[in-house]
Structure formats: structure tokens, C-alpha cells
Design a protein around this ligand. Structure first.
Ligand SMILES: *Cc1c(COP(=O)(O)O)cnc(C)c1O
Length: 338
């Protein structure tokens, strides 16, 4: 159908024939009335699997995080977040724009954690001068890196000690779980709410799920409607997510292995730096003066990379990249960097 190898992101996957079949067969109803059986099945399943009372199916991870922030915080509240976190940096400032919630960004440590002493130093005193610090938001995986499980436990204790709620942007929660060799619940149990994307490595065309307490999800459902995210016969999309839970979780290990194979093949090529590889992500650096020629070379080889957006090029393996795709990519790199 198309011989391009697209390593820009794991969002580019197309639904498999079996996933499309599941979507076609989905029973549907009006989800604004809470009557879509397939949406309800997905929400119930994810809540149970992650150890929460309730869950809400939403169109995007951005909306899922926004609803979580708006449900945990009120106008004039503040949330602590990583300086490079998706929620803070890549969601249009939604918490501030739409929720009147002030972000307090904190620099990340190299492993993606937010050092607890740095967090403690920015919590505001209870005083009318300050926003009310209410919530800590973490991201896992972080640039492909699973956060250490003992850090998550420490963050939970930290939040309990300071009266903060704890939200996880778990866009790639299942990548973290597979990489750590634990059920996703082992990660989720430290949090008051978790957002999971199905449109990334899990390979569904659309959708995220926010899980939390019944009270929190009740608020989030209201904000979803306000944000224009109340959808109707969404069961066809939920069916794709249920299919992904059945068939696309364990296989994430294959994406991780292919990323490791890709990184190993690139290390040592003259003029190329492999800056890191974690789960399905490989980060490389190409000298700026060679970028235009590199870009043209890869395009001629029908390999799509996200070049020119950040100094580091991120390559992401996924459902639509097989072993032959990795070998073809390595061959194209060798041709250029020999
Ligand atoms: C993709 C992503 C999201 C949500 O993105 P949407 O495109 O809105 O679904 C949130 N956090 C992280 C870390 C992501 O990678």
C-alpha cells in the first residue's frame, strides 16, 4: 500500500484489519446519555485494570489531561509540573487558558523525575498572596524512559505529606509497564488519576481514557461536555481501544526491541551521535550543517523523520514498523554516514 517508513511518532499507526473488524461490529449507543455499551465496557475495563473506581473515554490525551487538571483544581489553584512536560509545554497552556489554573514548572532530572526537594521548595504557603498549590503532575514514560517505581512511591508519600493530589500523564503508561515488567496497575496505584493514550503505541485511531475516583470522573465528565468532547456513538472508537488492550499491549516489547536494534546499529557511525534509547524511542544528533542533505537522503529512501523541530531527532518504533523496516532504515543511515 505504501512503502514509507514513518519514524516520526507512534501516533502514525493505522488500524489493523482485525481492529477495523472489531470497530465494524461494535454495539453502540449515545454516550452523552451514558448508553454506549462499548464505551462503558472500555471505561469499566480500564478502571478495573488500573485499580480505580471509574474512567472516562475522551477524544485525546490533551483533553484527558485538561479534564484531570480542571477536576483536581479550581480557579486560582496551582499545579506542579515538569518544565518539559507535555501537559505544560505541548497542550497550548490549556490548564491556564481554560481552567484558570497556574502551572508551577520545575526542571526535570536526567531520568525524567522531578526532584522532591525542588518540588518542596516551590509549594506556596497558605496566604492570599499565593496561588493554592493543589496537584503534582508526572509523565511516564518520559521521553521514552519509564520513571523508577521507587520514585513513584516517594512521590506518593510526598503528595500525602503536603496535601497534594497526584496525576499521571500516562500517554505511554503501557510502554512503561512492559519495560518495567509489571502490570500497569503497579504504576497506576500511586496516583489519584491516570490518563492513558490509545492512539500512540497501542495503535488505535483515536482516544484516551482518564481513570480516577467516581467523584473525580463525575467532574471530568461535566468538563468533557463543556469542552465540546461529549460524543455520541463513540463505541466504534472504543472497540478499537478494547481490541488494542487485548492484542497490542504485550507486543510493545517488540517495538522496544526494534528501537534497541536500531540504536545498536547506529552507534559508531561516523558523524552521528546516538543520544539515547528507551522503550520505543531513539534519539540522535546530526551536525546542523549536514541536516539538509541528511533530510533529502532519508526522503529519497522513503523514510520519514521529524527533522528540524528540535535539535535532537526522535525516532519512534511502532506497530507499522517491522524488522525489515529497521534494516532498511539502518541501510539508509549507513549509506549517508559511511
Ligand atoms: C501524545 C501525548 C499526549 C496527548 O496527546 P494527544 O495528541 O492530545 O492525544 C499527552 N502526553 C504525552 C506525554 C504525549 O506523548
Amino acid at each position: 500500500m505504501n512503502d514509507w517508513i514513518d519514524l516520526r511518532s507512534d501516533t502514525v499507526t493505522r488500524p489493523t484489519p482485525a481492529m477495523r473488524e472489531a470497530m465494524l461490529r461494535a454495539e453502540v449507543g449515545d454516550d452523552v446519555y451514558g448508553e454506549d455499551p462499548t464505551v462503558n465496557a472500555l471505561q469499566d475495563r480500564l478502571a478495573a485494570e488500573l485499580g480505580f473506581e471509574a474512567a472516562l473515554f475522551v477524544p485525546s490525551g490533551t483533553q484527558s489531561n485538561l479534564l484531570a487538571l480542571m477536576s483536581h483544581c479550581e480557579r486560582g489553584d496551582e499545579y506542579l509540573v515538569g518544565m518539559d512536560a507535555h501537559t505544560y509545554k505541548y497542550e497550548g497552556g490549556g490548564a491556564a487558558v481554560l481552567g484558570s489554573i497556574q502551572p508551577q514548572p520545575v526542571p526535570h532530572a536526567d531520568d525524567g523525575t522531578l526532584p522532591l526537594d525542588a518540588l518542596a521548595s516551590v509549594i506556596k504557603p497558605v496566604d492570599p498572596h499565593f496561588a493554592r498549590t493543589r496537584l503534582l503532575c508526572l509523565e511516564n514514560t518520559w521521553h521514552g524512559r519509564p520513571l523508577p517505581l521507587d520514585y513513584l512511591a516517594a512521590a506518593r508519600r510526598f503528595c500525602a505529606a503536603h496535601g497534594l493530589a497526584l496525576h499521571l500523564d500516562g500517554a505511554r503508561l503501557y510502554n512503561a509497564a512492559v519495560a518495567c515488567g509489571v502490570p500497569a496497575r503497579e504504576i497506576a496505584r500511586h496516583f489519584d488519576s491516570v490518563s492513558v493514550c490509545f492512539s500512540k503505541g497501542l495503535g488505535a485511531p483515536v482516544g484516551s481514557v482518564l481513570a480516577g475516583s467516581r467523584a473525580l470522573i463525575g467532574k471530568a465528565r461535566r468538563w468533557r461536555k463543556v469542552a465540546g468532547g461529549g460524543w455520541r456513538q463513540a463505541g466504534m472508537l472504543a472497540a478499537a481501544c478494547l481490541h488494542a488492550l487485548d492484542h497490542h499491549v504485550a507486543r510493545l516489547a517488540e517495538d522496544h526491541a526494534r528501537a534497541a536494534r536500531l540504536a545498536a546499529g547506529l552507534r559508531g557511525l561516523p558523524g552521528l551521535t546516538v543520544a539515547g534509547q528507551h522503550t520505543g524511542m531513539v534519539f540522535i544528533e546530526v551536525p546542523a550543517e549536514r541536516l539538509p542533505a541528511f533530510k533529502a537522503h532519508m526522503e529519497a529512501a522513503r523514510i520519514r523523520l521529524s527533522i528540524g523541530y528540535l535539535p535532537t531527532i526522535r525516532m519512534v518504533t511502532h506497530l507499522d514498523i517491522d524488522d525489515a523496516g529497521i534494516e532498511r532504515t539502518l541501510a539508509a543511515f549507513r549509506e549517508f554516514f559511511r
